[in-house]
Design a protein around this ligand. Structure first.
Ligand SMILES: C[C@H](N)C(=O)N[C@@H](CCC(=O)O)C(=O)O
Ligand SMILES: [Mg+2]
Length: 364
């Protein structure tokens, strides 16, 4: 199976409600789609969101990295030289993890199709379904309570609540939500780097004293501040999960060796795809650090690839793969079935993606 062409397109999918974090506010998913064509007619699919505030990757940068570096490296090569392809993909350009992730998943898709096996089984997995949380955007407490109750009505029992914007309001936000939702609702929070280390300890221990029962906090402090993260981890009663601090397997190792976080969030767009995500999962297994599988604002092609990983690795004990259910429509054909919180992996060879609804992709 020889790679003949890398085709790129753009999709635009409106969100049900605007997505607001301490870092950004957006109202639609605007992603780059990658199709890798082969001489057998098989096509591998990938997707990359331009999450500039987190990864530094813009739409133009994703397109440029794929066209000017990655495509030139992989076209003409055989999918069966999988390890060589992965090393070439990772070595042909620095950083650009979103572009690499989109191509990495399209290659896994083709490799699974070549050997007629779904990717999660190729990775040794046997689990067929997982359960995701859903994100509540940061707003005034009243609006957040409305969004939380709407999520409960849709059947979600785990909320990931965004905080970190106007930190003085965060305890009030969480108190209002905790008072409104059923007692057994799991609540995790994500500050998206919005607090200083001292502020984080004060807010988190304040939440603990009020009995708000927070499962964990995601990325309380700036991404580069590993010492600050460790400071919070050592002093907070609420467990700490490293998100923006962990891009590469090396970052994950450093965080684990320092004891700077209790948990790690693996995202394909931060680490460059499934090949590197597996390395983070292996490091986490060695250190006994449980992982969450997360996503950016992504539609179903790339989140579907993360579903395969989550079904394969037992060290992934938390799931934040709500990209598709935050969207008001799903233009992607095939792949995992997203029935609100319940996600069922596809048993089709590769990643199981069949294509994009006609008229919903603009080829470039
Ligand atoms: C969408 C997901 N639940 C999420 O919150 N992901 C990121 C932010 C993604 C973005 O800004 O696109 C996170 O910080 O965990
Ligand atoms: Mg996060």
């Amino acid at each position: 199976m020889k790679i003949t062409e890398v085709r790129l397109g753009l999709i635009s999918v409106p969100l049900r409600v605007p997505f607001k974090t301490a870092l950004r506010s957006v109202s639609s998913v605007e992603d780059v789609i990658v199709e890798i064509h082969t001489d057998t007619g098989a096509v591998g699919y990938g997707e990359a969101p331009p999450t500039g505030v987190i990864t530094g990757d813009t739409t133009g940068a994703i397109i440029g990295a794929i066209r000017d570096h990655i495509a030139k490296t992989i076209v003409g090569r055989d999918v069966d030289e999988f390890e060589d392809l992965m090393i070439a993909l990772n070595g042909c350009i620095q950083k650009n993890t979103s572009a690499k992730a989109a191509v990495d998943m399209a290659l896994w898709d083709l490799y699974g199709q070549l050997y007629k096996i779904p990717v999660y089984k190729l990775m040794g997995g046997a689990k067929k379904s997982i359960v995701t949380d859903i994100t509540i955007s940061v707003n005034d407490p009243e609006e957040m309570v409305r969004d939380a109750l709407n999520a409960i009505d849709r059947g979600y029992d785990c909320l990931k609540v965004k905080v970190g914007k106007e930190p003085e309001k965060d305890i009030a936000r969480l108190s209002a939500i905790r008072a409104a939702v059923p007692k057994e609702t799991c609540i995790r929070i994500d500050a998206n780097q919005g607090w200083t280390p001292k502020e984080a300890v004060r807010i988190l221990n304040g939440m603990q004293e009020k009995g708000l029962d927070i499962e964990f906090v995601e990325q309380p402090v700036k991404a580069h501040d590993f010492d600050g993260l460790k400071y919070v981890t050592e002093r907070s009663y609420v467990p700490v999960l490293a998100d923006e601090s962990v891009f590469s397997p090396q970052d994950a190792l450093t965080i684990m060796q320092m004891g700077a976080a209790d948990l790690v969030n693996i995202k394909l767009m931060k680490c460059g795809g499934l090949y590197n995500a597996l390395k983070i999962a292996s490091a986490a297994e060695v250190y006994g650090v449980e992982c969450m599988i997360g996503c950016m604002l992504e539609a179903k092609i790339s989140v579907n690839a993360a579903v395969h990983l989550a079904c394969a690795k037992q060290i992934i004990t938390r799931v934040d793969l709500d990209g598709p259910v935050l969207c008001s429509e799903d233009p992607i054909l095939g792949g995992a079935v997203f029935n609100e919180k319940d996600i069922t992996v596809s048993d089709e060879p590769g990643l199981g993606i069949k294509g994009i609804e006609p008229g919903k992709i603009r080829y470039i």
